[in-house]
Design a binder for this molecule. Structure first.
Ligand code: TMP
Length: 213
């Protein structure tokens, strides 16, 4: 089982992924947690380049190819082997981030992005993708605060530094993309307490993987 989590900055993805991990484990599954960008050794270097505030001069196309390089390496070296070892793989962001950030956000053609994604994922699409949906003003406040608390405002702040209008486009982009991919992508309202949000995610997971139980 391969499950990915998506959403704008500050939706509480990290907290929810931890809860989902515990849930799968309670159902007897071995879970492998990973993320993009940065899920492989080389990917960790790419992550630094992609997220540092100093790199505001990256062109949209350069940014795109760095994310795709990260994904190709991640699939080949980490995700595919872990799935083949029988684990549930939970990934914080994946190919849909490219469609939404580089497509709806930066204005690149989503059809072409999807073709690039096909090359990068090499046939391995998630069984389920959960989008955590939240008002961008609230999400951005949470994310900026978290980066400051973690001392990562510069190291990881390139996207948080984007104008609110960018984040609004991202949110709308996720909802549009989800509507075009209803079978795989489910949207969960992430504006309430972590436990309430988790209950929504758990229902989605149960329906997708455990309904026959
Ligand atoms: P995060 O790990 O804190 O979520 O930061 C990753 C950032 O990278 C986030 O702002 C979204 C962005 N991103 C893209 O623009 N395209 C991609 O393909 C991926 C995976 C992430």
């Amino acid at each position: 089982m391969f499950v990915t989590f998506e959403g704008i900055e500050g939706t509480g993805k990290t907290t929810q992924i931890q809860k989902v991990k515990k849930y799968f484990e309670s159902r007897g599954k071995e879970v492998f947690l990973t993320l993009e960008p940065g899920g492989s050794r080389v990917g960790q270097e790419l992550r630094k380049m992609l997220l540092h505030v100093d790199n505001k001069d990256l062109t949209p196309i350069t940014e795109l190819f760095l994310y795709l390089a990260d994904r190709a390496q991640h699939i080949a070296q980490v995700i595919r082997p872990e799935l083949e070892a029988g684990k549930v793989v939970l990934c914080d962001r994946f190919a849909d981030s490219t469609i939404v950030y580089q497509g709806y956000g930066r204005g690149l053609d989503t059809k072409i992005l999807q073709q690039f994604n096909e090359v990068a994922v090499d046939g391995l699409w998630p069984d389920l993708t959960v989008i955590l949906d939240i008002d961008p003003e609230l999400g951005l406040k949470r994310a900026t605060l978290r980066n400051i608390e973690d001392g990562k405002a510069e190291e990881e702040g390139r996207f948080e530094a984007e104008h609110i209008s960018f984040h609004k486009r991202i949110r709308e982009g996720y909802l549009t993309w989800a509507a075009l991919n209803r079978d795989r992508i489910k949207v969960a309202d992430a504006s309430s307490t972590p436990d309430e949000v988790f209950k929504r995610i758990k229902d989605i997971i149960d329906t997708r993987f455990f309904t026959a139980d």
